[in-house]
Design a protein around this ligand. Structure first.
Ligand SMILES: Cc1ccc2cc(C(N)=O)cc(O)c2n1
Length: 324
């Protein structure tokens, strides 16, 4: 027990140090897969010794406080992190939990939207009457940084939504990322100029986005995939898949590999196929994301602690999590 307390302290410290570097300086010291392992170890200790859980424990907070220097933005709907599955069995359990929670029959399979999990940084875009009014990073999930001026320089982000039943107010969400080849070219240029060299495309996207000097952001090859939303007055569709179609209609790039699946086998086949294509995608991914397609079921399933019950990320094993 005292040993568990010591290890708990060490893990919590290591995770907090990582968070500080990852969220404040876009320069993490451990790979995402190692970070995942630390988190799971901490969760395992806390499961056995619940009294070790304190409000400040990393398992109770999402991400880190936003960086200094940018105005803070409160997300109308929190941007919460996804739970993780690391095996086929955990994916099957995810589906089983949903069936039980929704009281579906044993052979009733909820349609699942499966998509590649882009390894970039998540961004929330607020549109009012179809006009982009604000862009914010996720920050700690509740409060992010105002990066509106920087985001206006990203070609993939529409300044105005196309005229398809546009909600009065909506927060659209997605991932800012950089193509691997653009990342390599940028690092070469940075190196020649004696400037910051980035460890991976995710860091270079984050570092490029959170520039006080907007012209630097404008010079960086940032891209954006839309995949979710927060606040949404008069929602235009009733399923995840149709909402993604709507996002395409109003002008966003939505990942073309996204697939609607009707069985666990189809979901796992998707995971394997994306795993095989991973090296040829042109951008980094660190797994795939599964979501229940029906939005009324998503609402009934809600969130457990800080992650949705209706969605999960299925990660690739650590050794494959190298970029380039
Ligand atoms: C709800 C949610 C949260 C985080 C996500 C992250 C990704 C991603 N990194 O690609 C995709 C999604 O559809 C997500 N969806």
């Amino acid at each position: 027990r005292s040993q568990a307390r010591v290890e708990h302290k060490r893990l919590a410290l290591e995770i907090e140090t990582h968070n500080e570097r990852y969220y404040q300086q876009d320069a993490p010291t451990v790979s995402d897969a190692t970070y995942d392992a630390l988190q799971r170890r901490l969760e395992a200790i806390e499961a056995r010794f619940p009294d070790l859980v304190t409000a400040s424990s990393p398992t109770q907070t999402v991400g880190a406080a936003p960086a200094r220097g940018f105005a803070k933005v409160q997300h109308a709907v929190p941007m919460l992190s996804l739970g993780n599955a690391f095996s086929d069995a955990e994916v099957a359990e995810f589906v089983e939990r949903i069936r039980r929670f929704l009281k579906l029959g044993a052979d009733d399979m909820p349609a699942i939207v499966a998509e590649p999990k882009i390894d970039g940084l998540s961004l929330s875009l607020r549109y009012e009457n179809g006009d982009l009014v604000r862009a914010a990073t996720r920050g700690d999930g509740f409060t992010g940084e105002d990066v509106t001026a920087n985001v206006r320089t990203i070609a993939d982000v529409p300044h105005k939504l196309n005229g398809h039943n546009i909600p009065t107010a909506c927060e659209l969400r997605g991932e800012v990322y950089m193509l691997k080849e653009d990342f390599l070219a940028l690092n070469k240029k940075q190196q020649e100029a004696g400037d910051t060299v980035f460890a991976n495309p995710r860091n270079s996207a984050a570092g490029s986005l959170r520039q006080k000097d907007v012209s630097i952001t404008a010079s960086r090859p940032l891209k954006f995939f839309a995949y979710a939303w927060g606040e949404m007055t008069d929602r235009p569709a009733e399923t995840q898949n149709d909402m993604l179609e709507w996002l395409r209609d109003v002008g966003f790039i939505v990942n073309p590999l996204i697939q609607l699946c009707h069985s666990v086998d189809e979901v796992l086949a998707f995971y394997r196929r994306i795993g095989e294509q991973r090296a040829t995608l042109g951008y980094d991914i660190d797994g795939v994301v599964y979501k229940v397609d029906r939005l009324d079921w998503q609402e009934r399933l809600g969130f457990v602690s800080r992650s949705p019950r209706w969605a999960i990320a299925h990660k690739f094993a650590a050794e494959q999590a190298m970029t380039i």
